[in-house]
Design a protein around this ligand. Structure first.
Ligand code: RIB
Ligand code: CA
Length: 311
């Protein structure tokens, strides 16, 4: 049976590619898309999500307006990475679809209560919506099947400060609330996502997708590749969020380690750093499965094959 998921996202170029992957994958029963602040403002992310739903034809999937800002810290956006509109150079027509009436955290609460034990929360942005849902309805923590979250950096450097990964940095307090909830938590950190670099050679293999889809992929990733080259000296772009989505399709793509994970919340230089107790020195039971190895070739092949299915 298809895995029921809620995609919590801040589209965002790689978020968008992750949504394309979900739309091309019958293994997934996409119950809802919940939008959060992050790569750009919540409003722009919401409009992008509505446009992407129309582009991919999954128009029956409800899209919910989410948190405009983090729980505690000030809003951070990444328009140098994803562009002023959040989708790089890609221009999509204004969507005819409206967001659903429920707010993101309320939709999460309702769907999880209606499908106890069955819903996976695939989180590829800051964790604000999830934390709000858990704070408002603590009963759902035991009803969520699992969380798969793109975020954090274990041995790999941060991408927003030397120590912190962007999604966690955007709302570290929300991340800690979710991490400490005791939920079945899988983290997909930069350690594996930065091995998954989409290049122009990969793009040349996306020949079968519908032209609007191909144009979107090319125009959005062209901006994203320029960012990676200018800021990080990388030829190509890290497709972080699609890897987290792909793990739902094929868990053998990665090798996970069970870690006791904590997050730094007070240090001025290391705030939002995700810390894995690699040797078990703190004698605390593991609270997260962390993807530390990835089969890059198989993932890229899966990604390209699924993009080519989008007709
Ligand atoms: O650090 C990478 C993450 O931050 C990705 O989810 C990207 O979309 C940004 O939100
Ligand atoms: Ca994202």
């Amino acid at each position: 049976m298809a895995e029921k998921i809620i995609y919590d996202t801040d589209p965002g170029i790689d978020d968008a590619l992750g949504l394309l992957l979900l739309a091309a994958s019958p293994e997934i029963d996409l119950l809802a898309i919940t939008v959060t602040h992050g790569n750009t403002s919540q409003e722009k992310c919401l409009n992008n999500a509505l446009k992407l739903v129309e582009l991919t034809g999954i128009t029956k999937v409800p899209v919910a307006r989410g948190a405009e800002e983090p729980l505690v810290k000030e809003l951070s956006v990444a328009e140098e990475t994803h562009g002023e509109g959040g989708l790089g150079y890609a221009i999509l027509p204004k969507s005819a679809i409206s967001p659903c009436s429920e707010l993101a955290h309320d939709l999460i609460i309702r769907l999880v209560r209606e499908n106890p034990g069955e819903v996976t929360l695939l989180c590829v942005g800051p964790m604000t919506n999830i934390a709000l849902a858990f704070l408002k309805a603590p009963d759902i923590v035991s009803k969520v099947r699992r969380i798969v979250s793109m975020g954090g950096a274990i041995h790999y450097p941060g991408n927003v400060t030397p120590q912190a990964e962007y999604n966690v940095f955007c709302d570290p307090e929300a991340f800690e609330i979710v991490l400490k909830s005791g939920i079945d938590f899988t983290l997909v950190p930069l350690d594996v996502t930065y091995q998954c670099i989409l290049t122009t050679d990969h793009l040349e293999k996306i020949t079968e997708a519908r032209s609007e889809i191909r144009n979107f992929i090319f125009d959005s990733t062209r901006f994203y590749m320029e960012f990676h080259e200018d800021y990080q000296g990388i030829k190509g772009c890290a497709i972080n969020d699609p890897l987290a989505a792909a793990i739902l399709l094929d868990p053998t793509l990665v090798k996970n380690r069970d870690y006791y994970l904590t997050i730094e919340l007070t240090s001025p230089t290391s705030k939002a750093k995700t810390i894995a107790d690699h040797y078990g020195l703190l004698k605390s039971a593991p609270n997260a499965k962390v993807s530390m190895e990835v089969d890059v070739e198989r993932f890229m092949e899966l990604f390209i094959n699924r993009m080519n299915r989008l007709q």
